[in-house]
Ligand binder design. Sequence first.
Ligand code: CP
Length: 351
Amino acid sequence: MANYRGKHLVTTQDWKVEELETVLSLAAEMKKNRYGSKFTGILKHKTFFMFFYNPSVRTRQSFEAAATELGGHAQYLEPRGMRLKTSQSAGETTEDAAKVMSRYAEGLGIRILEDKVNRYGEGEALLREYMQYGTIPVISMAHDKYHPCQGLADVMGAREHLGNVRGKKLLQVWGRGALVRSWCSVQESLLINSRMGMDVTLAYPEGYDLDPQVIEWTRKNCAANGRKFEIIHDPVKGYKGADIVYSRNWMSPAAYGENGLDKENKEKEIKKAMAYQDWVTDAQKMKLTNNALFTHPMPVDRGSEVTDDVASGPRSIIYDVAENRLHVQKAIMALTMSDFEYKNKKGGRKR
Ligand code: CP
């Protein structure tokens, strides 16, 4: 029987595959039996804090619904309402906030993206500070490096449509766009899908390199599964034979200037990204695939990252994946914030 009470979730790379399989199996059961009585009291009288430095549609709503469906409550918090200490102002330390918050709630979700930090990695450092000083599990709700709940929802959605994804090809492709996107969803997808035994092709224009540590882990994950990993800088080639196409804009490493991702850097980044006319997922490119599914973590920058006919087409699974955020988060909360025990009858691979 599995229970992970108190376990933090910063990235799926920190969890064993067996543990991820348990989450996915429980999430599938919760989806089938959404309001079943064995689930609706798991978080009775318990609170989950959702601490948002950045806005959200899916993450806030799905976590809030998840807590409700498990019989608990999710409370929305913003830093501006909390008088916290920052590099610019006096206030309460993270240590004190973490210790006090741990007295009220059973879990803490944090979202902090690149425009709220000065350098890549500072968002994750904040999560780790809360982990260090608090006594409740910290769950990333997307930070500057990773988005574990999105990665789990991606895998759940792909499996619902393809069955086992082992040996199938994922094309993770950069898309032009004006939203200056985080690396978090893309990096999480590379990590989790490479551990699930997919062949991975990462395609992006020169100059849009991701975190070298993530690339190294992805390479190792693929190698450990006997699968292929390649990086290409061609906007078309990677579509050939793909089973899943995941397009997403992401910012270049150059976007972090002296003052982080400030307004001036953002404007430069948008101008640069929008010039890549060839990096749009469209029906023509999808014809080169193995009748691939199209996926995206949303919000979709329609007409830039992907054309409307693909995003809303018959092979698009974007809404299934968005729905799955709810189910995987229910499973994560049940296993990390309560004594609920679950036996994964399918077992799951250990690697
Ligand atoms: N995919 C995702 O995290 O969406 P939101 O930014 O709307 O939460």
